[in-house]
Design a protein around this ligand. Sequence first.
Ligand code: ISE
Length: 333
Amino acid sequence: MTTARIGIIGTGIMGSDHARILAAGVAGGVLAGLQDASRDRAEALAGETGARVFDDPQSMIADTGIDAVMICSPDPTHHALALAAVAAGKPVLVEKPLASNRAEAAEIIDAEMGHGRRLVQVGFMRRFDPGYRAMKAELEGGRLGQALFLHCIHRNAMAPDYLTSDLNIGSSAGHEFDIARFLLDEEIVAASVTSPRASRRAPGRQPQFIVLETASGIVVDIEVFVDCGYGYDVRAELVCETGAVSLNPSPATTLRHAGHDGYETPPDWRDRFRDAYRAQMQAWVAALHGGPLEGASAWDGYRAIRVTEACLEAWRSGGRVAVPQEDKPGFYA
Ligand code: ISE
């Protein structure tokens, strides 16, 4: 394969963002196909990017002109499409979450192991963000000592109506679960969740405050508030024995204007994690050509779902819920 021909299933917010990244130029990869439940929407994007439009996802996955696929269609479709890609022996980058529940995620793992070669990556793009990578390198460098706390904030300006409080745990907090596992390089063993009252701006959706405990005894707290009104604001601070390291706000400049002095807050995650999305794409395409597998695996996607399910149970019961631990298959070592 000299150039990997990539097909994108789902041309909504994330599918079109990935398509534009590819169309702008990614070494070793080309946007070759688009498919969406709305053919008009896929055709509009094809007009902009020059890709071929497919009628249905299965025919795109089966097509000999497509080497690898990205699944960016609605969350409930991820499981069946990921299984179809694995059955066809095609590498697949699945937007998070990997699946709707742990049984579905486990099926994907079984299918991939049955195939015998790693094909599945989950789109936890924060693993490619320079800020999180620098935090991880600082922790691993050792001068701060052992980690004690990881404080996380996840605020969105506003969320779509379909994002219920329940779905929000997997959809928004899921990124925090994965980045905590990535930064700390250990498993989450317990979860507790509480909520303040709902904002009057979004009475149907409750913000959440999640406390996770890791295997070695690090406490991770996460505020998830997707109706904050002012922009997309993701923060993290890792507190260790002899120091702390935190993410800087992403803008490169400070603005002083009309009585204010500060940073512009990006409108949503596509701006905030623009570099991470590009780096994720470049690394995935490089892996298609035999480069190292750097992104989140199906196992990582499965573990994030395990934590999501424990959080949902903890939120409903008001108690502390243990996250079941399992041995990581050698396949994912
Ligand atoms: C969305 O699906 C994302 O993936 C964003 O990164 C996250 O911040 C947002 O809350 C989710 O709804």
